[in-house]
Design a protein around this ligand. Structure first.
Ligand SMILES: [Zn+2]
Length: 255
């Protein structure tokens, strides 16, 4: 048993009362590493503290989430950039475009996304992309920067077959989480014909808990439910899903 949760916000307040127990449960389900996406300066220190305090390997990304891109986005970018001067991180993330919540800062979101992709290219680091109501736009931005060296993952992929194909053609991974277990998500049909070598597993905890915990707080141990569902869909052994997706994550994040 050796699973990597490639996307979990375990440093958020939702886990303040039972973080170490939650991590213990994850360890029992075979979760060996957890990769933590940054959001913005309001939670960077909680993330770095979680990395320091826990024995299970919790590794930080650094970056500014598209929902945190507002009028003061240049200040936020500078804070994230300064963290990169102090130490190394596993990825630039999570970054991207979110056109679901608010369209006020669309132009700023594009600027911040472009700039953070340039950091990743300069640092030779992968990017972790958040796209909501914006997959095609994110694919376009990644295409415009892809010089053969850009690597990363479309986290919480929920797109269609065409978008999956375009992302794979860009040499990017698809991050698969709890949505795969949702009835009528249609993601099972899309993923059925995608080779496991293009997929990594994630929870996005505390969000998007898989069935039967849908709507409740998500946690890293539930990644097993996603892995099982993926094994069912691909008609293969759970061990195979774990082995391949873990190897993919190790390669992508240089673990
Ligand atoms: Zn996230």
């Amino acid at each position: 048993m050796n699973i990597i949760d490639t996307h979990a916000h375990i440093y958020l307040a939702e886990f303040d009362s039972d973080r170490s127990l939650m991590l213990e449960r994850a360890g029992k389900e075979g979760v060996k590493k957890i990769i933590m996406p940054a959001i913005d300066s309001s939670t960077h220190f909680a993330m770095l503290r979680t990395e320091d305090e826990n024995t299970i390997s919790c590794l930080s990304m650094m970056g500014v989430h598209p929902c945190s891109i507002k009028a003061d986005f240049e200040k936020e970018l500078k804070i994230a950039r300064d963290h990169f001067k102090k130490r190394s991180f596993v990825a630039v993330g999570e970054i991207g475009l979110d056109f679901y919540w608010d369209l006020t800062y669309t132009e700023e979101q594009y600027q911040a996304f472009d700039q953070q992709i340039e950091w990743a290219l300069n640092f030779d680091m992968p990017i972790v992309i958040h796209s909501r109501d914006s997959i095609d736009e994110c694919i376009k931005v990644v295409s415009s920067h892809q010089n053969g060296k850009l690597k990363g993952v479309f986290h919480c992929f929920t797109g269609n077959e065409r978008q999956a194909r375009q992302i794979i053609d860009l040499d990017f991974y698809l991050g698969i989480g709890g949505v795969l277990t949702f009835k009528n998500s249609g993601l099972d049909t899309v993923i059925k014909d995608v080779d496991l070598k293009h997929l990594v597993l994630e929870t996005d905890a505390p969000y998007l808990a898989p069935v039967p915990f849908r709507g409740k707080r998500n946690e890293c141990s539930y990644i097993k439910l996603v892995a099982k569902k993926l094994a069912d869909i691909k008609n293969t052994a759970l061990q195979e899903v774990e082995d391949i997706t873990t190897a993919n994550a190790e390669k992508l994040f240089a673990l």
